[in-house]
Design a protein around this ligand. Structure first.
Ligand SMILES: Cc1cc2nc3c(=O)[nH]c(=O)nc-3n(C[C@H](O)[C@H](O)[C@H](O)COP(=O)(O)O)c2cc1C
Ligand SMILES: CC(C)CC(=O)C(=O)O
Length: 383
């Protein structure tokens, strides 16, 4: 059996024997500056910054810095087993691709490339409602669908039915984006990709959405965009609205954006299957709690009843190991994948995923863990 960490040896050997070095850095925290050379100022402004002053994004990183792994010795395994089954989906490692909208901002192949790269490694790809490619275009064995619950129930139902028909296994309902946060980098440029018609593929390909328009989209795209602008903000969404999803989606449902332990308990009471502890990478509520700080009490309160997943600020194998030790069953990778996509399309995403998996695998090997399930609260201390 091969270990994900073997990618490290492969890179060294290519350097030593063929004199070639990776075109994309192996330091995932540095990807952002490398990708800057490839992306327009507008794309960088949309992808990289966080809401407001960026305090929450900084808090995410600071929280990872505060926790420290405490390595064990002499109990490891030559072969690590990172495989797991999350909500019925078999995974080779506890790592998923986070839902990220409008990926053609980063590369013309957009979500098609990201999904293919994930699929080649057997990883699960999560498709955003705000993607640049439609639900049916994604070719991946393991795919989950992320819902931004439209205010129009007919369109909502149509999305659920399309996702089910196209083979998506799990519904991820994002709750922290009832509307778009205060994002100065975009506001200063007056730039929002959706208002240019980008990232609306799921809406524009939807027959129910189309039926609500006075004219076909090709004849009046501006009106179609404004129709989306009416349906997207949903700040009035309430716990009771989840029953509509429960009635119309027969697979697992995961709530993304949970940060308060009481909301995690309410999620359990409302019959969902999992939560993603996330602050949306700091893109929504400036000043919000670091996602990693929210994780331990939530895992403690509902970890037995619900599948607890985690994202926001995960950049290294050590970050993933810390989140797993603090109670997450798996982590979702966000911006680094988009930087890989910007730098080299599908091979760029592949490289980023392989680096991340190798780093996690080597972290387990070096801390004497045969698999990620052995990580627990004794594996970390708060510094
Ligand atoms: C450009 C961009 C677009 C995103 N689009 C979505 C989306 O459509 N749906 C969603 O639930 N989350 C979206 N997210 C949030 C990610 O799923 C994830 O929560 C976040 O990227 C994690 O933070 P990190 O990138 O700092 O690791 C987006 C993030 C970025 C950077
Ligand atoms: C605002 C959404 C439409 C997309 C998103 O989730 C994001 O940009 O963070």
């Amino acid at each position: 059996m091969a270990n994900f960490g073997d990618y490290q040896l492969q890179i060294y050997l290519q350097g030593m024997l063929q004199g070639t070095t990776p075109e994309i850095t192996t330091d995932l925290a540095r990807l952002e500056s490398q990708a800057a050379g490839k992306l327009s100022a507008e794309a960088m402004g949309y992808i990289v910054p966080s809401a407001g002053s960026g305090a929450t994004a900084r808090a995410n990183q600071a929280a990872f810095e505060r926790w420290r792994l405490v390595p064990r010795m002499l109990r490891g395994s030559t072969e690590r087993d990172l495989s797991c089954t999350i909500l019925g989906t078999a995974m080779p490692a506890p790592v998923l691709v986070a839902p990220i909208g409008v990926q053609t901002l980063a590369h013309p192949d957009g979500e098609l490339a990201t999904a293919r790269a994930a699929d080649a490694l057997g990883l699960t790809y999560t498709h955003s409602t705000q993607a640049s490619h439609a639900i049916e275009e994604i070719e991946a064995r393991n795919k989950w669908f992320q819902l931004y619950y439209p205010t129009d129930p007919d369109v909502c139902l149509s999305f659920l039915q399309r996702a089910k028909a196209a083979g998506y296994a799990v519904l991820v309902v994002t709750l922290d984006t009832g509307t778009i946060g205060w994002r100065p980098a975009d506001l200063d440029r007056g730039f929002l990709p959706f208002l240019k018609g980008e990232g609306l593929a799921n809406y524009f390909s939807d027959p129910v959405f189309q039926s609500k328009l006075a004219k076909p989209i090709a004849e009046d795209p501006g009106a179609a965009v404004m129709q989306w602008a009416q349906m997207f903000p949903h700040v009035g969404l309430h716990w009771d609205d989840l029953s509509f999803l429960r009635d119309n989606w027969d697979g697992p449902i995961v709530l993304k954006g949970i940060l308060h332990v009481e909301d995690a308990k309410l999620a359990a009471e409302h019959g969902v299957d999992g939560v993603i502890v996330s602050n949306h990478g700091g893109r929504q509520v400036d000043g919000a709690i670091a996602a990693l700080d929210a994780l331990p009490p939530i895992a403690e309160a509902v970890g037995e009843q619900l599948t607890v997943l985690f994202d926001s600020g995960v950049r290294t194998g050590a970050d993933a190991a810390k989140a797993l030790a603090l109670g997450a069953k798996a982590v979702l990778l966000g911006r680094p994948l988009l930087y890989g996509l910007a730098l080299a399309g599908q091979p760029g995403v592949d490289h980023v995923l392989r680096c991340f998996l190798a780093d996690l695998d080597l972290t387990l090997a070096l801390t004497s863990h045969a698999n990620h399930r052995e990580l627990n609260r004794d594996s970390v201390v708060r510094g």
